[in-house]
Design a protein around this ligand. Structure first.
Ligand code: 5GP
Ligand code: ZN
Length: 114
């Protein structure tokens, strides 16, 4: 999608600190980290929100979770604990309308979230 910032990151039209990449996904460091580890796992397919996921995306979503787990292990936060967050629509705080899993860790997380 031409006006999507994350599609531009996938196309390398906007620079990012890439952590991992494969055929279907890209992982990069969040530009405004909220924890010592804060990576974004995104599909290369442009899907605006969680609500736009369809049945045919099931393998893709499973893949994104697998990649998020790999990132947590690689970053050394898997055993300590980490959080996966996906915001959906304005009241959740979603600001980029290309789905992404926030992988957060490296500090104690609070609950309930803000
Ligand atoms: P959301 O608010 O949609 O859940 O999360 C969007 C995330 O993308 C935010 O944490 C924000 O810091 C991050 N972000 C927005 N623009 C850029 C960018 O150009 N580069 C990177 N690396 N992260 C971005
Ligand atoms: Zn996009």
């Amino acid at each position: 999608m031409s006006d999507c910032i994350f599609c531009k990151i996938i196309e390398k039209k906007i620079p990012s600190k890439v952590v991992y990449e494969d055929e279907h996904s890209l992982v990069f460091e969040d530009i405004n980290p909220q924890a010592p580890v804060h990576a974004l796992v995104i599909p290369k397919k442009h899907i605006p929100t969680l609500l736009d996921i369809t049945e045919e995306d099931n393998p893709l979503i499973a893949h994104l979770v697998k990649v998020a787990n790999k990132i947590a292990r690689d970053k050394g936060i898997a055993e300590r604990g980490f959080r996966i967050v996906t915001n959906c629509n304005p009241e959740s705080g979603q600001t980029v309308y290309h789905i992404h899993l926030h992988v957060l860790g490296g500090r104690a997380m609070h609950w309930p979230p803000g």
